[in-house]
Design a protein around this ligand. Structure first.
Ligand code: IPM
Ligand code: MG
Length: 355
């Protein structure tokens, strides 16, 4: 059966980078059917809703979703906030599709090691942030309550169930890597963090082969800069994961290259997931052929690996990206003062290097 992929290009550079990811998916020969739908500001402009019901339905019918990026200054001030792309499309997509496990690998490409703000060997990192994505302060009720204009409330809630299911995914990923997991929390202050630590520790006995340790989030932020190579898998809750994954990403020196997967449970033997670059919609360079499509292309590789169990296609795509970089091909974001190629040229270059 062909893979059914819902394609949501979104806003800004989203459509340009997604087009290159589709080019590479077709070139790799995976049996796929693609269906496009609107999301984000462009969906709001067309329908008045940043997440139209038809888009959500298409995602539900699909085996996996490929998303570009959403958002832009044009929609930043819409009221109520539910009309804005981030709050009105991204968060409900995550919640409605039960995408609780967010996998954010941060890995330095050898060809780009000098782009890391940490110079030398320290910048050579290979870690995964496993972020809980559908709970915590992003979704706790009451939500964003404004009390009399002078006080506001957000609520952080976690259940043992939510912690267990993300921790399982973390342990499983650690097993496929270097079998080291650091669980990050703020257990010296927050009750949700104490439940988190207790739950992860208890689950750890099921994974004696994984070396588990715990770290407070402020210390983790510091350790990531001091010695990022100590990390293999970082398991953490929604908001800490948001912050730490940006920090890890910038250490690789190439934000435009980092993919992500947001996974749900397995469905008929396939893991349902949404795949997207971690970069945003970059409205300032949209439509100019300047965007780096590699994060979108690598997100497509993650889709092959996680949703379709096709590690071979994933490896082929990842190797082709590596080759293009080793051959000196650079989009503007990673070119320094050297020559640059366009978004489509980079997509062509990767497709041509698939072997
Ligand atoms: C991310 C983004 C989102 C988040 C925003 C846009 C809602 O920062 O995916 O990391 O905070 O989750
Ligand atoms: Mg973020």
């Amino acid at each position: 059966m062909p893979y059914k992929i819902a394609v949501l290009p979104g806003d800004g550079i989203g459509p340009e980078v997604v087009a290159e990811a589709l080019k590479v998916l077709k070139a790799v020969g995976a049996p796929s059917e693609f269906e496009h739908a609107l999301v984000g500001g462009s969906a709001y402009d067309a329908t008045g809703n940043p997440l139209p019901p038809a888009t959500l339905e298409l995602c539900r019918q699909a085996d996996a979703v490929l998303l570009g990026a959403v958002g832009g200054p044009k929609w930043d001030r819409l009221e109520p906030v539910e009309l804005r792309p981030e709050v009105g499309a991204l968060l409900p997509l995550r919640a409605e599709l039960n995408l609780y496990a967010n996998v954010r690998p941060a890995h330095t490409f050898h060809a780009l090691v000098n782009a890391s703000p940490l110079k030398g060997k320290n910048g050579l990192i290979d870690l995964v942030v496993m972020r809980e994505l559908t709970g915590g302060i992003y979704f706790g009720k009451p939500r964003e309550r404004r009390e009399g204009g002078t006080q506001a409330v957000d609520t952080c809630v976690y259940s043992r169930f939510e912690i267990e299911r993300i921790a399982h995914r973390g342990f499983e990923i650690a097993r496929q890597r270097r079998s080291k997991m650091v669980s990050v929390d703020k257990a010296n202050v927050l009750e949700t963090s104490r439940l988190w630590r207790e739950t992860v520790t208890a689950l750890g006995t099921d994974y004696p082969d994984v070396e588990l340790s715990h770290m407070l989030v402020d210390n983790c932020a510091m350790q990531l800069v001091r010695d990022p190579r100590q990390f293999d898998v970082i398991l953490t809750e929604n908001m800490f994961g948001d912050i730490l994954s940006d920090e890890a990403a910038v250490i690789t020196g190439s934000l435009g290259l980092l993919p992500s997967a947001s996974l749900s449970d397995a469905r008929d033997g396939r893991v349902f997931g949404l795949y997207e670059p971690i970069h945003g919609s970059a409205p300032d360079i949209a439509g100019q052929g300047k965007a780096n499509p590699l994060a979108a292309i690598l997100s497509a590789a993650m889709m092959m690996r996680f949703s379709f169990g096709d590690a071979q296609s994933a490896d082929r795509i990842e190797r082709a990206v590596e080759r293009a970089l080793n051959d000196g091909l650079r989009t503007a974001d990673i070119a320094g003062h050297g020559p640059t190629i366009s978004t489509t040229q980079m997509g062509d270059a990767v497709a041509a290097r698939l072997s």
